[in-house]
Design a protein around this ligand. Structure first.
Ligand code: ZN
Length: 336
């Protein structure tokens, strides 16, 4: 663990002089599948307040992103709530944008009742939010928006900097919905041992439900996820927000969160070798994703990071799976 961290820090310190190892960087070019042009399904995305559906569509076309799976739009009183913004975007983009439900509902419920609603089987607000999620999920295509069982050190909203039981009544119901609708529950869950234990229990209790670990657990090392994937077959990962520029501001404090980056003026694109080995060993369990960005320039850079730092580093069959095939299977999208 320490060595891995040390290598990453050293790479950054010496980044201006020493090229990063990028063993398989150009291996895919010249093959039938090219990392520059392979279609991407963005498996975890938030429509930010600065975005319009038209802007998004133009960006998707430019970057060869065939489909976007919403993790829940960001809403505001002026722009409208998350469910409405997602619905409107789907109305304009059709099957290229899969709307989500539940982001605003669970957050609003927690603002009223506090985090206790995640453990209280009699919570009125949780029941009302879950009823709305159930109703909207019945209208396909829809997915369950990002949930936040553990965002103790990784959320701007102070209310969300807490840990709630991952095997409590709310997540039990979401897993029943997951099994019934065959859509995964997207979880932002920092890798606290108690959360991990609770998630294990939840996955065992609901073998027909599925969880997507947003940002692959956020604070994880490859070895953590390897052990977890070995143990549970009904869990997958998206690789959103594990690269630069998104993680760059937190790199010094949390170096383990960064697992790949794109090429810079004097350094090469890089994928952490332990993560690379893990993705190649479990090629069906990982998906590329963008998550939230603060402007279109950053969005463009995140896509470059995904193509250069992640896809270009993988073997061609794994690259195609991570770029779009896994998401098509997991979200039951039509084949292109
Ligand atoms: Zn997210």
């Amino acid at each position: 663990m320490i060595r891995q961290c040390g290598v990453a820090v050293l790479s950054v310190i010496l980044g201006l002089m020493v090229p990063h190892p990028a063993k398989a960087q150009s291996k895919a070019s010249g093959e039938a599948i090219d990392w520059r042009t392979v279609p991407i399904v963005d498996a975890h995305f938030h429509l930010m307040l600065f975005m319009t559906p038209e802007d998004l569509l133009a960006r998707m076309d430019r970057h060869k992103i065939s489909t976007v799976i919403s993790g829940g739009a960001i809403g505001s009183p002026q722009a409208g709530g998350p469910n409405l913004r997602d619905t409107n975007t789907h109305a304009k983009l059709g099957p290229r944008f899969i709307p989500a439900v539940g982001n605003g509902d669970l957050v609003a419920a927690e603002r009223i009742e506090g985090p206790g609603m995640y453990s209280d089987p009699g919570s009125r607000e949780a029941a009302a939010a879950l009823a709305r999620i159930r109703e909207f999920l019945g209208r396909q295509p829809r997915v369950i928006a990002e949930t936040f069982p553990n965002a103790e050190r990784s959320q701007k909203d102070p209310m969300m900097r807490r840990r709630v039981p991952v095997d409590g009544p709310v997540f039990q119901e979401l897993m029943r919905l997951s099994a019934a609708t065959q859509r995964p529950v997207l979880m932002h869950m920092e890798w606290h041992p108690e959360s991990v234990q609770q998630l294990s229990r939840l996955l065992e209790q609901h073998p027909d439900g599925m969880v997507t670990l947003a940002h692959c657990g956020k604070t994880t090392r490859a070895a953590d996820i390897r052990a977890f994937l070995q143990r549970h077959r009904n869990v997958v990962c998206d690789l959103a927000f594990r690269s630069w520029p998104q993680e760059e501001p937190d790199y010094k404090r949390f170096p383990e969160r960064t697992i790949f980056w794109s090429a810079g003026p004097t350094w090469k694109a890089w994928l952490d070798p332990q993560w690379k080995a893990l993705i190649e060993d479990y090629p069906d369990r990982f998906m590329a994703a963008i998550d939230d960005t603060h402007d279109w320039a950053q969005y463009d850079e995140v896509v470059r990071s995904i193509r250069e730092g992640l896809l270009a580093q993988l073997s061609p069959p794994t690259m195609a799976k991570v770029a779009h095939e896994n998401a098509r299977r997991i979200f039951r999208l039509p084949q292109p």
